[in-house]
Write a protein that binds this ligand. Structure first.
Ligand SMILES: [Mg+2]
Length: 88
C-alpha cells in the first residue's frame, strides 16, 4: 500500500495531494455532522474514514513522520485526557 501511495505523491505532487487531504477531511467532517443530526450513514462514514487514513499516510510520508512519532504523541494526549477525567 505504501508503494502505491508514494507513487501517487510523486505523480500528482504534494500541492495537489494536500488539497485532496483538505477535501477528504471536510468530507469526514460532513459525515460526522450528519451522524450527530441523526442521519448516520455508516457505509459513508467508513468510506470517509478510509479516505482520511489514506491522505494522512501520504502527508506522513511527505513530511517524514513515522507511525511511532504519531503514536508517541497519541499516547501523551490520551494520558493527559485520562488525568483530566480523573481530576473532574
Ligand atoms: Mg472522500
Amino acid at each position: 500500500m505504501d508503494k502505491i501511495l508514494s507513487k501517487a505523491l510523486v505523480k500528482y505532487g504534494i500541492q495537489l495531494q494536500s488539497i485532496v487531504a483538505i477535501e477528504e477531511l471536510a468530507e469526514l467532517q460532513k459525515e460526522i455532522a450528519k451522524a450527530v443530526r441523526g442521519q448516520l450513514d455508516k457505509a459513508h462514514l467508513i468510506e470517509e474514514l478510509a479516505d482520511v487514513k489514506i491522505v494522512t499516510e501520504q502527508i506522513k510520508m511527505y513530511y517524514s513522520v513515522s507511525d511511532s512519532d504519531v503514536d508517541k504523541v497519541v499516547h501523551q494526549k490520551v494520558n493527559r485526557l485520562k488525568d483530566r477525567m480523573e481530576n473532574e
